[in-house]
Each structure stands twice: as structure tokens, then as C-alpha cells.
Write a protein that binds this ligand. Structure first.
Ligand SMILES: Nc1ncnc2c1ncn2[C@@H]1O[C@H](COP(=O)(O)OP(=O)(O)OP(=O)(O)O)[C@@H](O)[C@H]1O
Length: 359
């Protein structure tokens, strides 16, 4: 026995770090250079800190690593989402603001925003949703609490509502919707700023902002009024909707907000009986639009009764039907979105959207 007793110290990890890095990179179809910064050793523990929300993939990754001979039981996985660059100072506590926009009304932007918020949460992120659709707030209905009122501890700040783990605020909780519909642009914009800045959001990885439909002055003003880190455009496959989605992409480009991707909603009809998929409007419009404008089609969601029923009944689909195929698809879209955001560089000219996830 020597002078020191080392028995209280952990042994250095017997893990081949190069192999681990390669294994993680391969699993997510990324380069080793992309993932090497995620891996560290702390007091004998090997830690992989994912900068994007992907918790549902962790068990599959462990298996893949085990198959490579890496005893992944000795590797800890955590989620550490970084705050990305925005053109305005960050709202304290909120790491990233993601604006969800659409060129046209009624394409399912609010339903998509709500479902993505839960999908990101289920993948391990802390998530809030802000209903910026001042003129037609639908988030309270979709969360099943249209009659809720907000609490305040000082008569100035508001506590968001917490529905099954997602924090939310909406003008719908503050004034009857008929009052807001007559507001002019500046008033709507002031109300929005108040909802954003005077809500006690706590610590959030992502705040999803459900924008008002369209690409006019009010949408432009709101985009500039908040420190957005990235945007998503929701569209349906009809030509007219796609043409309006282009305006959405152009709007964000104008205000220097990176577009993280497109989502094609009501993309096809899937027969509840036989599973046959029918592309009622055209097929492939979202994909070719994404290619043309150098962004990514994050996913295509069907026209589906489950989506409508849960949204309209205020029962979050992803919580109530966690394992349904459609919930799995929302989580896949959420991981892509989150990865795209994590891969944004800090500089304007360093925005690389990665290729498609393999799993
Ligand atoms: N994929 C879908 N399948 C079936 N119904 C859907 C789907 N997406 C949305 N819906 C339904 O379509 C209606 C409109 O959706 P939603 O309110 O999300 O649209 P929106 O684009 O936010 O509209 P607006 O911007 O005009 O407020 C809702 O009843 C919603 O439940």
C-alpha cells in the first residue's frame, strides 16, 4: 500500500473514445467533427451531451454502441441545448425562439406548433409555446383550457399555464377574442411584446411562437420584435399554398432569420381502414420547394382525423397517443428541427443544414 489510497477514485474510462465518436456520428449520419465536441470525460465518467433533443433515440444508440464493442452502460447521455445567435438580445431564460409561420391561414400551423412543442418536450427539451396569433388565438382551445386565467405575483408579470409539461401563453388567456380582432398593428405588436417579455417563462430550451397566418406587415413586425433563432414554414401541398410558403421563406430571409425547414401538412390522406395513401393535392411540392429555396422538408403529415380531433378537443395528441404512428412522426420532425438548429453556426455565413437522419 503506498502513501495515498486511491480506492476512492474512479478508474479512467476504458472506452475507446475515437470509436465512441465514430459510433455516435454514424448513428446520426453526421461527421465525427460535428459530434466530437459533445463528448467529454468528467471525474472518470464519459458524458455525451447532445446539443439537440433526441432522447427517444438513446436506447437505440446504446445498442448500436454495444454492437461496436463499446460498453455504453458506462457512458452517460444528457441533453444540453445551446442558445443560438439571434439579432436581438435574448429574453432572459429562453435559449432559442422558433417562429412557426405559414403563408396562408388554415394550413394547420397552430396544430403543428402545439404538437411539435410536445414532441420536443418528449425528446428531452424544456419547451414553451407563445400564441402570437393575436387576431385568432387557437392555442388555448388546442391545450384544452380556453377559460384559464393567468396568475401574477406582482400585478405586472404573468405565469404561463403549464399543460402536461409545456408552458404556454396566449392573448386568449387575457382578453375575449372579439376584443383583439379590432386591434391595429402597433397595438397587436405591443401586446405581443408584453406576452413575450412579461411572462415568467422560467428556463426554456425552445419557445415555439405560433405566428399569425400570412406574410404581411404584422408578421414582419413580429419577426423583428423578438430574438428569433430560427423559423419553420408550414404549408399544404396545393400550388397556391406553396406559392404563399415561398413568401414566408422570403420574409424570414429579409429579416436574416434562418429557415430551419418546411413542414407539409395535410400532405396526403391515409385511409383509416386499409392504410392506403392518397395524395389528394399534388405530390412532392414541399420537397421541390425546399430544394429550390435551399432549405429542408422536415416532414410531411397526413390529413388525419386523430390530429383534428385531438386539436379541437384540446387533448394534446402526443401525450394522449404517445406511441401512435403520427406521434412518432412528429417526434422525428422535432429531432430534425432541433438538430438543424444545433448545427447553425454562430456566424451568418456558417449556416449548414445537415443531411437527413438515418434512424
Ligand atoms: N394534419 C391535419 N389533419 C386533419 N386536421 C388538421 C390537420 N392539421 C390541422 N388540422 C385541423 O385543421 C384546422 C385548422 O388548423 P389550425 O388552426 O392549426 O390552422 P392554422 O394554420 O393555425 O390556422 P390560422 O392560422 O388561420 O389560425 C383545425 O381544426 C385543426 O384541428
Amino acid at each position: 500500500m503506498g502513501f495515498f489510497n486511491f480506492s476512492g477514485f474512479k478508474k479512467a474510462p476504458s472506452i475507446d473514445m475515437d470509436k465512441l465518436t465514430q459510433g455516435v456520428a454514424d448513428f446520426f449520419a453526421l461527421d465525427t467533427a460535428d459530434v466530437s465536441g459533445w463528448i467529454s470525460v468528467n471525474k472518470g465518467d464519459v458524458i455525451v451531451a447532445f446539443p439537440f433533443a433526441c432522447e427517444s433515440k438513446w436506447s437505440g444508440l446504446r445498442e448500436a454502441l454495444n454492437a461496436l464493442g463499446i460498453t455504453a452502460d458506462n457512458v452517460q447521455f444528457t441533453t444540453e441545448i445551446e442558445a443560438k445567435k439571434a439579432l436581438k438580445p435574448r429574453v432572459p431564460g429562453i435559449k432559442n425562439i422558433i417562429a412557426v409561420a405559414s403563408g396562408k391561414g388554415g394550413v394547420g400551423k397552430s396544430a403543428t406548433s402545439v404538437n411539435l412543442a410536445y414532441a420536443l418536450m418528449q425528446e428531452g427539451a424544456k419547451v414553451g409555446i407563445l400564441d402570437a396569433d393575436i387576431y385568432g388565438p387557437s392555442v388555448p382551445v388546442m391545450l384544452g383550457n380556453p377559460d384559464s386565467h393567468l396568475e401574477s405575483d406582482d400585478g405586472k408579470h404573468m405565469f404561463p399555464v403549464n399543460v402536461e409539461g409545456v408552458y404556454a401563453n396566449s392573448i386568449g388567456y387575457l382578453v375575449p377574442s372579439e376584443n383583439a380582432t379590432v386591434w391595429r398593428g402597433p397595438m397587436a405588436s405591443r401586446a405581443f411584446q408584453q406576452l413575450l417579455n412579461e411572462t415568467r417563462w422560467g428556463e426554456l430550451d425552445y419557445l415555439i411562437v405560433d405566428m399569425p397566418p400570412g406574410t404581411g406587415d404584422i408578421q414582419l413586425t413580429l419577426s423583428q420584435a423578438m430574438p428569433v433563432t430560427g423559423a419553420i414554414v408550414v404549408t399544404t401541398p396545393q400550388n397556391l399554398a406553396l406559392a404563399d410558403a415561398v413568401k414566408g421563406i422570403a420574409m424570414f430571409e429579409k429579416v436574416d432569420v434562418p429557415v430551419l425547414g418546411l413542414i407539409e401538412n395535410m400532405s396526403f390522406y391515409q385511409c383509416g381502414q386499409c392504410g392506403h395513401q392518397e395524395h389528394i393535392f399534388d405530390n412532392g411540392g414541399g420537397e421541390s420547394l425546399a430544394n429550390k429555396y435551399d432549405t429542408q422538408l422536415l416532414g410531411a403529415l397526413p390529413l388525419d382525423t386523430q390530429i383534428r380531433q385531438h386539436a379541437d378537443a384540446g387533448k394534446p395528441l402526443l401525450v394522449r397517443e404517445k406511441d401512435a404512428a403520427i406521434s412518432v412522426e412528429y417526434r422525428r420532425i422535432a429531432r430534425r428541427l432541433s438538430l438543424n438548429l444545433a448545427m447553425l453556426g454562430d456566424k451568418d455565413n456558417d449556416n449548414r443544414i445537415p443531411i437527413v437522419e438515418k434512424h
